[in-house]
Write a protein that binds this ligand. Sequence first.
Ligand SMILES: C[S@@+](CC[C@H](N)C(=O)[O-])C[C@H]1O[C@@H](n2cnc3c(N)ncnc32)[C@H](O)[C@@H]1O
Length: 274
Amino acid sequence: MAHNYSLNPRQLFFFEHGGMGESNGFHIKKRSRNDSPPLIDPTKLPIPDQDFIKHRNDADKYTFTGKRDADLLRAALVRAGVDDQQGPGNFLEFGCAQARVLRWFADWTQHGEGWGVDLNSAMIFWCHQNLSPPFHFSVSTTIPKLSFEDHYFSAIFAMSVFTHIDDLYLSWICELRRILRPGGLLYFTLHDEEAAKIEKEGEFAPHQRRVKSAVYNEFLEQDSDFCSVDRDWRSLSSFRREYLVDHLSNYFEVIEFVGRALGLSQSAVVLKRK
Ligand SMILES: C[S@@+](CC[C@H](N)C(=O)[O-])C[C@H]1O[C@@H](n2cnc3c(N)ncnc32)[C@H](O)[C@@H]1O
């Protein structure tokens, strides 16, 4: 489909993704309301129907990978000083989709607000319907601006989101920094030279669109800092670690890089807001 950049960013996303699958409007189903305490056992929270689990087409895999990625994230935040029982206070998953990872932090909502945002309103409405309480959700846009006040969160995480944001990646990092309190933690997964090495060693099938791309191969050969394969909602972004450190260390303390933090190849970086 040809791009039409006169559409606003969310319309553009909708257009290309099929959005809610409705061209004539939509409705949000009535939620069941009761006074029982919110569920905080993540194994009891609803999971999306099979046909609605994007990219991960079975429920067991959805649960297994969500827990694995969440455990690595939780361990990194705890190493960086978060109390495992109490959590960090208010926290946000940026690009949460259907809360594959966020759901594993339901216990932390007893001590702070747990929020999820995503561009994909169908997914966010599902989350709103099924996972709120204990969590809060809102739909965001591709414009690097979120509707939270400054310093609202103590921890923010983004799982396989900065692997798909192209030229606006620094603007988004700045926006996430704005809503983090000083000393708050930002954890995001990325495709970097370590992930490229794991892919090259052939442990599992690499992303064909990435490895076949001339831009990506130039990025590797020329030790470039950043690369985006394609420039649309399917963008595949890669960073060089040194570049991120150079670029971000004025605004964040770089606490650590975590290897194999998501999907067996993506790394993660843990940053503390200055
Ligand atoms: C590969 S999926 C990962 C979903 C989820 N984090 C997980 O690990 O299961 C990337 C998600 O990021 C969302 N996304 C991409 N760019 C975004 C942006 N600028 N703002 C909010 N969400 C974004 C997409 O809609 C999609 O749900």
